[in-house]
Structures are given as structure tokens and as C-alpha cells.
Design a protein. Structure first.
Length: 302
């Protein structure tokens, strides 16, 4: 139950429609669908998806395929679920069979990158996976220390930059080499998330990716983008840029226990065609959960 406790606002918005649907009759269709579109918009589904969903419902109602309020509601839930899963529902990490698998975690500062990485290390450890952490955020002074705390908490080994001005790419390269030599299952790489500096973050991420691939061809296996759920639709342009430059394989949506609006999850998946792999639902070690699209839909339309 705790998983999607944070969508109270979204639930509230969409509950308005519930009441209307309860007393729906054919003559009411336009008014109900207008209200529904409005509710989707304020829940951050974005104009394109909100329109698409409502338009499909209208078509099915007029074709006589949906005959009651509850059938409309079920069709609504189905279409959201379909949007979330149509581009593949691969919420499992795709780690291949070459060891070590390499996971790079990227995203802007403050989004919950380091925390998510720590929680992910914990999950993997609990599954018996031998994890090596790589402190690839060489820019933010406290980042390595923060990751060292997580290494200790999860009993993981960690590779950190020795000395100032060590490039992130070389830390990752060193970590992946160590991972290979010492039989680790997974190397979990933190990266920088600063926004404005001389040396572009995107260039650095590309260099990190190349450095990893130089040690293990076809690595990194996963590049996970961490997005702050409370930023709503504002996360879209950011996600687009990361995806264009480094190629994102999965999303981690954080802070869904807070004031996140559920719709942005649907728009970001639909727009980028990238699955959500995990959701952050709190600050504790256990608060990173595999994304369950059905549970999510049930939660926002409960
Ligand atoms: P980074 O700069 O991207 O590495 O962000 P951090 O991992 O340092 O996280 C920024 C803040 O967000 C910290 O205070 C975290 O505890 C908090 N945080 C991260 N994930 C979650 C989450 O899922 N829920 C909540 N409530 N807070 C989170």
C-alpha cells in the first residue's frame, strides 16, 4: 500500500470524474469527457495524451462499446495502462550475462540520484548480487562521501577518485576494470549532475559511457535516468536531452511519496518510449520499488 501513497492530489482530481461517471448517461457524454480531460490535464498527463485518451473514449461510447459509467472507467484505466506498457514493459534490469554488468545512473543534482543508487545497491545485495560502487560524481564535493556512506550501509566496495581533478570517466574505467578482475556481478556508477559549468555535463557523460565500453564492449548495460517526480511535466525536456545525448534505457522516478502528479509518469513514458524501472517512495533504504504499472493505475484511479 505504501508504494503509491503519494498521489493524493492526483487521486482527488480524478475522483471528481468518478462521481460524474456514476450518474453518466449518453446525453451527458460531452460534459463528462470535458471534465475528464480537465482532470487529466491538472494531473500532468499533458495535452496530447489527455486529448488522445478522451478522444478514444468518446469514439467507443458513440460506437456503443461502452454502455455504463463503470465500463468507461475501466476503459480509461485500460488506456492508461496501455500507454504505460505499449513500448515494452521491461521493468526488470537487463544485465546480460557478461560479468560485470554495468549500470550508469544519470540525472540532475537534487533529483535523488545518489540516494537511488544506494537503494539500488541495497536491493541488489539482498538478491545476493556482488556490487561494486563507482563514485563518478567527481564534481560535487560531498557526492563521494555521500556514496561512501551508502557503501558502508550496504556493505559494498566502492571506487573513489584519488586526488582532485580526476576525471569521472577515469574513475568509472578504473571501477569497471576492478569489477572485471575481481569477479563482481554489477558495477553501479554514479555520475555528475551539475547543470552549469564550463565542461558540459553531457560531454562528460558521453566520455564516461565510452570509457566503460572500452573496458567491456557493449557496456553499460543500463543507463538509468533519475527524475524528480515532484517536477511534474517539467521533467520532460530534461529527459529528452539526456536521452538524445547518452541514450537512456530506463527511468527511476523519485519522490513519488511527495506531491508528485501521477500523470507525468504516463507522459514521460509515452513521449520517450522508455520504461520506468523503479520508483522512489521515500528516503529509507527500502524505499525503491520496481515499477508496477497495474498497481500504479489502480492507485491513481482508486
Ligand atoms: P542527487 O543530487 O540527485 O544525488 O540527489 P540526492 O540523492 O542527494 O537526493 C536529494 C534529496 O532527495 C535527499 O534529501 C534525498 O533524501 C531525497 N530523496 C531522494 N529520493 C527520494 C524519494 O523517493 N522520496 C523522498 N521523499 N525523498 C527522496
Amino acid at each position: 500500500e505504501k508504494v503509491f501513497s503519494g498521489f493524493s492530489k492526483t487521486r482527488e482530481n480524478l475522483a471528481v470524474v468518478d462521481e460524474l461517471l456514476l450518474y453518466w448517461n449518453l446525453a451527458d457524454t460531452d460534459r463528462v469527457l470535458d471534465e475528464l480531460e480537465e482532470a487529466l490535464l491538472v494531473s500532468d498527463f499533458g495535452p496530447r495524451i489527455s486529448f488522445k485518451i478522451v478522444d478514444c473514449l468518446r469514439e467507443d461510447i458513440l460506437a456503443g462499446k461502452l454502455k455504463s459509467g463503470s465500463e468507461i472507467k475501466e476503459a480509461l484505466k485500460r488506456s492508461v495502462l496501455q500507454l504505460l506498457t505499449s513500448k515494452g514493459n521491461k521493468s526488470d534490469l537487463q544485465l546480460g550475462f557478461r560479468k560485470p554488468a554495468v549500470i550508469m545512473v544519470v540525472g540532475v543534482n537534487g533529483g535523488g540520484k545518489t540516494t537511488s543508487l544506494g537503494k539500488l545497491a541495497c536491493r541488489l545485495k539482498n538478491e545476493g548480487v556482488k556490487v561494486l560502487l563507482a563514485a563518478g560524481d567527481t564534481f560535487r564535493a560531498a557526492a563521494s562521501e555521500q556514496l561512501e556512506v551508502w557503501a558502508e550501509r550496504t556493505g559494498s566496495e566502492i571506487v573513489v577518485a584519488e586526488g582532485d581533478k580526476v576525471k569521472a570517466a577515469s574513475v568509472l574505467s578504473q571501477a569497471v576494470r576492478k569489477g572485471k578482475e575481481q569477479g563482481y556481478d554489477v558495477v553501479l556508477c554514479d555520475t555528475s549532475g551539475r547543470l552549469h559549468t564550463n565542461y558540459s555535463l553531457m560531454e562528460e557523460l558521453v566520455a564516461c559511457k565510452k570509457a566503460v565500453a572500452k573496458v567491456i564492449p557493449r557496456a553499460p548495460n543500463e543507463i538509468l535516468l533519475v527524475l524528480d517526480g515532484t517536477t511534474g511535466l517539467n521533467m520532460l525536456p530534461q529527459a529528452r536531452e539526456f536521452n538524445e545525448v547518452v541514450g537512456i534505457t530506463g527511468l527511476i522516478l523519485t519522490k513519488l511519496d511527495g506531491s508528485a502528479r501521477g500523470g507525468c509518469v504516463v507522459s514521460v513514458v509515452d513521449e520517450l518510449g522508455i520504461p520506468v524501472k523503479f520508483v522512489g517512495v521515500g528516503e529509507g533504504v527500502d524505499d525503491l520499488q520496481p515499477f508496477d504499472a497495474e498497481a500504479f493505475v489502480d492507485a491513481i484511479f482508486s
